[in-house]
Design a protein around this ligand. Sequence first.
Ligand code: DHB
Ligand code: MG
Length: 222
Amino acid sequence: MSDADTLVSARHFAYLGERAAGDDAFLRELKQAARDAGLPAIWIGPAQAAFVAILLRLCGAREVVEVGTLAGSTAISMARALPAEGRVRTIEILPRHADFAERWVARSDAARKVEVLRGAAAEVLARLPDGSVDAMLLDADKAGYPAYMAQARRLLRPGGLLMADNAFAFGQLFDEHPSDREVGAVRAFNDLVPRQDWLDAVIVPLGDGLWVGVKRGATARG
Ligand code: DHB
Ligand code: MG
């Protein structure tokens, strides 16, 4: 045994992808409809979604908040991991994305467990009560992540789960001249997370890198 990391290649990702639960027919149809409608195809992949679902079940999540709905596929897959009384509130600033997601949520098996909240996440999150959230997933504008994380500190119960997508900056984390203008914001966020004294977090190298953290304190629902 050693503590050296295995260098993960595209082949490893393909290999684990083949061994993770894939999208069902409904999510495949949703994603195709989103592409056909011209929505950006930047949702999390099936292996990442399966991992998120496992984490939600492990922490017994009931109240989940997502920042960045896009087409709604992640909200639906998270809702499926919750008990019947569970709820995903997913925040979307673009009406076109919110409209699409609402239509597909309504058609899904998770219709009663997903609520699309329209508006700027900073404002929507500010209206939610302290300690009322079991798990949060950040997957929207990267410059907003520090503010969303500050809200997460307030909103999550002790033992609550904080996840943030795109820690690898769309594959451009180490590029000297990245083409994506959000890469700097991702790097800054990645350096900010380890300085949070309320959070134990690690980047999980699934998809484009997923921050997974737990709010310190009691692990039982408070
Ligand atoms: C982009 C954003 C995402 O959240 C993602 O998962 C992939 C790409 C983007 O802005 O390019
Ligand atoms: Mg993302």
